[in-house]
Design a protein around this ligand. Structure first.
Ligand SMILES: Nc1ncnc2c1ncn2[C@@H]1O[C@H](COP(=O)(O)OP(=O)(O)OP(=O)(O)O)[C@@H](O)[C@H]1O
Ligand SMILES: [Mg+2]
Length: 235
């Protein structure tokens, strides 16, 4: 479903992603792990059309999407939920969610997607009339994820969705990922919460200093000595 071919990305003269190639199949949950500054966010932003690669190709369902603007990618079924939540703070929770469905023309479909998101995150249903800017950090994070799902994407890219959440809400987020997986939505997830992430992901890539250092099934990686030492804090 998604293929990166020899992607090189940087900021000005500084190159931070080196020759990254990967393949993600339809319905898979794939994690991208790595230490701070490894290039994970840069990679996601490049796929999402926020950054333009210096070289390399991005294919989505066989179509070359390299350099396409984000709005066109949403129409193709790709949703990116960034680390910075980018909510419309002066709008209500419900209005923020509806903004996520702006590409849909059919009101009945918008209503269905809204019901689906509110079921996934009941807290958002309770707070639907509250201004997004007055929601707590964790609630805002759920709102950002919910909004990203309002277009019923075929593939979702989540950048550190559990960041700043209480243990209970971390579970809410990972439950949402499990539900997406049951619905055969493809998920690419970047997380520091390596243990929990490997328990929901089918496969993972490990990025180190801008390159893919390892790849494998979650089971394999969870057993790997290097991964255990570097990412799970197990000596
Ligand atoms: N706008 C920018 N301008 C210059 N350098 C940047 C910019 N954004 C990121 N970088 C640098 O690129 C490198 C990769 O950053 P990136 O955000 O992709 O890492 P990451 O793997 O997502 O890290 P983290 O786990 O901390 O979120 C870092 O060294 C970072 O300082
Ligand atoms: Mg990041």
């Amino acid at each position: 479903m998604l293929e990166l071919q020899n992607l090189n990305v940087g900021y000005g003269y500084l190159q931070v992603v080196w020759d990254v190639s990967l393949k993600i199949h339809q319905g898979e949950v794939v994690a991208i792990l790595g230490l701070n500054g490894a290039g994970k966010t840069t990679t996601l932003k490049t796929i999402a059309g926020v950054l333009t690669p210096k070289s390399g190709k991005i294919l989505f369902n066989g179509q070359d999407i390299t350099g396409l603007p984000t709005c066109q990618l949403v129409k193709l079924g790709l949703s990116f939920i960034p680390e910075e939540r980018n909510l419309f703070t002066a709008m209500t929770v419900r209005e923020n969610l509806l903004m996520g469905a702006y590409i849909l023309k059919d009101n009945a479909e918008v209503k269905r997607n809204l019901d689906y998101v509110l079921e996934l995150f009941p807290r958002l249903a309770e707070r639907s009339k509250q201004l997004a800017g007055t929601m707590s950090g964790g609630e805002r994070q759920m709102l950002a994820i919910g909004r990203g799902l309002m277009s019923k994407p075929k593939m979702v890219m989540l950048d550190e969705p559990s960041m700043g959440l209480s243990p209970k809400n971390v579970l809410v987020v990972f439950d949402a990922v499990k539900k997406l997986r049951e619905e055969k939505v493809t998920v690419v997830i970047v997380e520091q919460n390596v243990n929990t992430t490997l328990s929901v992901a089918d496969r993972a890539y490990v990025m180190e200093q801008g390159r893919i250092a390892m790849e494998g099934s979650s089971e394999e990686l969870a057993k790997d000595d290097h991964v255990r030492k570097m990412y799970l804090g197990i000596a």
